[in-house]
Design a protein around this ligand. Structure first.
Ligand code: SER
Length: 274
């Protein structure tokens, strides 16, 4: 499958499940002084999550152009060191604005990866928020992963750094659940296809999809502290790196070897030989 076919398959899958197909917004956010560049699919829906804007749909799907080269989500320092960072990328995302929540988001993600893309589930690991003194553990997400078919020992708990997503210092946020893919040769290798590599060093495991359960708005208070307030309606914001899932589907080791990026690299290299 080409990268373009994977993008279309994702958009078409969620359209089939009653999501409105929405264009990518520009890389320069229109009305948001908190961001220099668009850094996630949810940016264009920020006011919808906050309840300040209404649309004539409650479910959306998009492939959003993103740049992560500064601010809270900065991939710049990783470029050249990992197989999966390149600052500009496309994020496939499905969104619910007060419609479905954790159960459906997890069921769709499993169905798309395992049944549509036919990904080997013995290569998949799932992470959930284990809670801290501000927000409790996400036992619901864990039980929904088990209900769709994930093995309990493949569902791992992490803290705020890995499993609580926020766009910036302020704005909509919530606990998240990530799907990681084992990139090694043999899924039966007990040393490499092992939880210690999830959120760990190197490219043995790659995060492919992040499901954010948008539940709060984080605001800066006059006394310079941050406050979490529940959103008007619990919502869903997911993001899957198009180049990452394409690397998985094309069985290549780095995003740079996918048909989305390789022709650009080859063209640039050919300029030196002309
Ligand atoms: N907003 C989340 C992220 O960027 C999910 O889309 O990872």
């Amino acid at each position: 499958m080409t990268g373009n076919e994977i993008r279309e398959k994702f958009l078409e899958y969620f359209e089939r499940h009653d999501h409105r197909r929405v264009h990518s917004s520009p890389l320069l956010p229109a009305n948001d002084p908190t961001l220099l560049f668009t850094n996630a699919g949810m940016n264009q829906f920020k006011d919808v999550f906050l309840g300040d804007e209404k649309r004539d749909y409650k479910r959306a799907v998009s492939s959003q152009k993103c740049i992560r080269a500064g601010g809270k989500h900065n991939d710049l320092d990783e470029v050249g060191k990992t197989a999966r960072h390149h600052t500009f990328f496309e994020m496939l995302g499905n969104f619910s604005f007060g419609d479905y929540f954790k159960k459906e988001a997890i069921t769709y993600a499993w169905d798309f990866l395992v049944n549509e893309l036919k990904i080997d589930e013995t290569r998949l690991w799932f992470s959930v928020f284990e809670g801290d003194d501000e927000v409790g553990p996400d036992d619901e997400a864990r039980s929904f992963w088990e209900a769709v078919g994930a093995k309990p020992d493949r569902i791992l708990g992490y803290g705020r750094k890995d499993n609580f997503w926020q766009m910036g210092d302020t704005g909509p946020c919530g606990p998240c659940s990530e799907i990681h893919y084992y990139m090694g040769e043999n899924p039966e290798d007990p040393v490499k296809n092992h939880p210690k590599w999830v959120n760990g060093e190197g490219d043995t495991m790659m995060e492919i999809w992040n499901l954010v359960f948008m539940q709060y708005n984080r605001t800066l208070e006059p006394d310079d502290t941050f406050k979490l307030t529940p959103l008007p309606a619990p919502s869903v914001d997911t993001g899957m790196g198009l180049e990452r899932i394409t690397a998985v589907m094309q069985h290549v080791k780095t995003n740079y070897d996918t048909d989305l990026i390789k022709p650009i690299v080859e063209f640039a290299a050919s300029l030196g030989t002309r």
